[in-house]
Design a protein. Sequence first.
Lengths: 122, 985
Amino acid sequence: MEFVLSGGIGVFAASGVWLMLRPRTFQVVLGLSLLSYAVNLFIFAMGRLTVGAPPVLGAVPEIVSVDDPVPQALVLTALVIGFALTALFLVVLLAARGVTGSDHVDGREPHRAEPHPGNPHP
Amino acid sequence: MPSASTPQLLVALAAILPFLGSLVAVCLPGSARNAAAALAGGVMLVSLACIASLYPFIGDAPVTVGVDWLPTLGVRLILRLDGLAWLFAMLVLGIGALVVLYARYYMAAADPVPRLFCYFLAFVGAMLGIVLSGNLIQLVVFWELTSVVSFLLIGYWSDNASARDGARMALTVTAAGGLCLLVGMILIGRMVGSYDLDTVLTSGDAIRNSPLYLPALILVLAGALTKSAQFPFHIWLPRAMAAPTPISAYLHSATMVKAGIFLMIRLWPVLAGTEAWYWIVGGLGMATMLVGAWSAIFQHDLKGLLAYSTISHLGLITLLLGLDSPLAVVAAIFHVVNHATFKASLFMAAGIIDHETGTRDMRRLSGLWRAMPYTATLAMVAAAAMAGVPLLNGFLSKEMFLSEAVDNAGDHPLHLALPVLATVASAFTMLYSLRFICQTFFGPPPHDLPHSPHEPVRWMRIPIEALVLTCIAIGLVPNLTIGPVLAGAVRAVLGERTPDYSLAIWHGFNAPLAMSVAALVGGVALYFVFGQRINTNPRGGPWLMDRLDGGWLFEKTMTGLVRGARWLEGQLGTERLQPQLRILFLTALTVSLAAGAARGLDLTAPGTITPFDPAFALMWLVGAACAIGAAERAKYHRLSAAIFVGGAGLVSSLTFLWLSAPDLAVTQILVEIVTTVMLLLGLRWLPKRDAAIPVPASEEARGRRRRLIDLCIAGLVGFGLAGLAYAVMTRPAVDGISRWFVEEAYPQAGGRNVVNVLLVDFRAFDTLGEICVLGVVGLTVFALLRRFRPAPDSLERPAQQVRHDAYDHAREGREPGHTTADALLVPRVVTTWLFPFIVLLALHLFLRGHDLPGGGFAAGIAMTVAFMLQYMANGAEWVEERLRIQPISWIGAGMLIAALAGAGSWLFGRPYLTAFFTYWKPPVLGKVPVASALVFDLGIMVLVVGASALMLVALAHQSLRRTRAAEAEAEARADAEQTAAKEPA
């Protein structure tokens, strides 16, 4: 399980980083999402893996061995902040696209291509 | 704190009042010249009365009053009034009161006078703060405050370029000195073990013998010498003359430039008495005195002459402090008072001349004696005091200075030079004083001046009269006037080392008198020999030093610094995001690899391995495929990429569920839904992108290389993170704080869901911060989209809508929009009916949160989903006709509920956000735990609903706005056509 999960984290992170290095804003938004999945899972995994023992105490609240609640609380926070971050970035992207006419991350196209029908704002 | 005595209250009142006055002056309207002047004058008089009335109390021990400021660093805010502080405070307040009166008549009605007085009062407060500081750090804070206020005052006429430049230079020089001073003070604090002035003053030997003495001395002197405009830092003072003249008279002659002198006097008992002190302070003082006097001779501008003269006199005082002699300290303190009185009056006289004639150029001025005999007399007395003519105060301190110069001349050749150079500087002083008077007031009547000169209004002369009378009184009867005050100040500095000194006018025929006479005669002779040539010197630069322009050097250095920084930025920086991110990732990689290599990362550590589950592996196979698919598709197939990302999110949500984190699973899946919807809403506004767009051939190869590098970086990051995760997961868990949370969740917070208890109870303050962030982001999104301007190529209607309308148009009996309205009718009805159920689900998630997976975050997002589904099914207009969601109110309400839930614990005398819980036994439901954390969680939920709904609604509204914009445009076009049609008729 550890091997599978760490491999998954690696693939998520690699895809996320790859996308974040792309020039188009939408790619970067998706990359950010993927990278935050990877990081959230990574933080969560710091509490080690436990199957079938959530940190929710039974009806008689006796102390049993449960999964580590601290990374979970951290990740819960990170999830919500990550959501806010994605939303903010998306809106900045849209606003920048409206203002600059380009969806390149730098707000301008890297090379001055000739204008043509598919790309009226080079 | 024991109740304060009356003297303590008076000190505090005097120190605080100017700042309060400054705050009041800010609020005055720009034209309230009289009110502002009355306010400033009143404040000055009250503070002056407070300090003056304390004279009887400062005999032996200083009056101190203090409060804790930074107790952990041992820093107390202390006001400490001893003889020296009293003298300086009286100087600041007394001359300040006169300057207020003068400024009232000097400033034009068009100037924003309340602003001037606001800065002025702030300056008075800061200056009093320096002289009354009983703590080194506190002193530095007020020190820098005077630099800042001085900057504002020099740049008061901010439309004047030279005022702006002068202000900037003054701030650069003095604030940089202030920073050095701060470090120096911290070093002193380390040597002594305390920043308290009383302690520091008794630790002279410890300081002088410390290895840190020299660096501390240099740093402290860097502060003092820049502030007091000592060579080579004097360049800022002549340029500060762009300030209004009352300010020049006050800050740049009488008070602020004396702050450095004050500091050197204050720390004289602990820092002086070493070779280093003698050479730095004495040497620079001497250089400043000579350079200042020499430069003053050649100035054509009245204020420029006075500025260089101020530099020269400050150099004289510094030189006195540099001589290791208590008598020299007496002379220094005495000369501070004398210089402040005669120089302030001379500045005011120069201001009157400027005010009444319209120029300060001595080459144009002449013969003003006829037009303003009264002002001329006052100026002449003050100038005579400056030159050191007998029976005036300047003579007394100059005699003391010359006698010190003689006494301290040893057998060293440089020591021998001291009396000679002192005499030369005195002769120069005589020369420029004479030139000031003769050029301005005597000679032929002036012609073509901007205004015809006449005496100023009565009130403008009163401050000068008061100061000149002081000069005469001190000069005639020093023992009756300044004697006791000076004695008090000297005793405060020197204590047991106080020497015997005499303030008598006549000491018999001795060396100082001979030097004095030689200087006076020499100065007059020099004027008669060189006066004409100096007056016609075209550039106004001093002979020999004409090419040595400190200001030019300063400007060159500053430009060089800026250019260097730009060059460095050009070499190392980039505005482009991709290289920045690449550097970021590469740095993170390198650092973590280095750390791993240093510690030896072992992947085969013993630990417990969770048994392998094929289903889990299969799930992750799908997850990995989703992630890679998203990465591959994101450029040309945004929709499928977004779906792939959703798939990856789903897998991570399932992983949470699998690995005992149901709360995370619920929240993740809900967040996933909302995020995906947002992405879909945003897709609409992005430009078309297809593979058919050609890339220039030159870019092809570069692009391929870039992608290869990125792929390597991404792969390395992935491998690194995977390896690290694996290494940690396979190690035994560390016994951390988690156990405590699990054990105490129920007994202390009454909740069984430990994660929720952590968020809303144990770590509630963090959560409060987090929901603030969420609210702020919501508002930011809203604000950004209010001014949203879609790109022109996104303005067309979606292809599907166009097709629908075309279909409607072609059929009989159908209006455009019918098909669109009919589309997906069944899901729409179902979705509409789902609304109450989803709301119910959200409430359920919320209520069970404390004991079972759920909670405020999940509930809030679920509630948002309910709203969002209505928008998706029926469109924004339909929803808003039926349901008014006011997300901003939700955000506010959520914030308030959460904050008040925390504040509730104050009612029971507990710290903020202390949770409270009990059991409640309603008739049917049985025992129910009631926790105040539930209210906090309610706040979270309400805020989450508000913020996420705000973002979604703001995004959804963009399409409405586009329709409206298009309609408005069409209407405008129709109007234009109508007008065009009418026009021919």
